[in-house]
Design a protein around this ligand. Structure first.
Ligand code: HEM
Length: 130
């Protein structure tokens, strides 16, 4: 029987497992590894804060994901295939590790945020590049 996400401890397990998949993913890996050349030592703690904030309304995340992903979109186009794969991996990672009300909630929030990001990116025009 799996347990629920109840603290930052589980968020860390979730985020680490998710990006382990992302790094080697055929559709998404190159965006992180090559296009953005992500510094994982910096990115992972930011993501712990982001999800802690999103799920528990605590944590110190203060970034601007819309701006960052819009910028990324201008470096390499992000389309529905990318977002669908991101969603699939995220939901899969939650289900492999956790179950319970917060596990359900974090999946719902991820999908909502993903839809908003995809919509905002689709709305940006070249002239609005950041
Ligand atoms: C097409 C799908 C996506 C791709 C390719 C993608 C890629 C990236 C990349 C390359 C970064 C920058 C990391 C760095 O330079 O340190 C990033 C940051 C981030 N991503 Fe995504 N992402 C995607 C979808 C999402 C979704 C759906 C969410 C939320 C549900 C999300 C949340 C974030 C957050 C919070 C950050 C950190 C922003 C900051 O530094 O403040 N991403 N993403």
């Amino acid at each position: 029987m799996k347990s629920d996400i109840v603290s930052r401890k589980e968020i860390i397990i979730l985020v680490d497992s998710f990006y382990t998949k992302i790094k080697v993913d055929f559709t998404l890996g190159f965006i992180f590894n090559e296009v953005a050349n992500v510094n994982w030592d910096k990115h992972l703690p930011i993501m712990y804060d982001f999800w802690e904030n999103t799920l528990f309304y605590i944590g110190s995340y203060t970034g601007n994901p819309v701006k960052l992903h819009t910028h990324l979109h201008h470096l390499t186009p992000l389309n529905n295939t990318h977002f669908e794969q991101w969603n699939k991996l995220f939901l899969e990672t939650v289900d492999e590790n956790f179950e319970g009300p917060n596990a359900t909630l974090i999946k719902q929030r991820a999908i909502s945020i993903s839809m908003v990001l995809a919509q905002k990116i689709a709305q940006t025009k070249k002239s609005e590049q950041v």
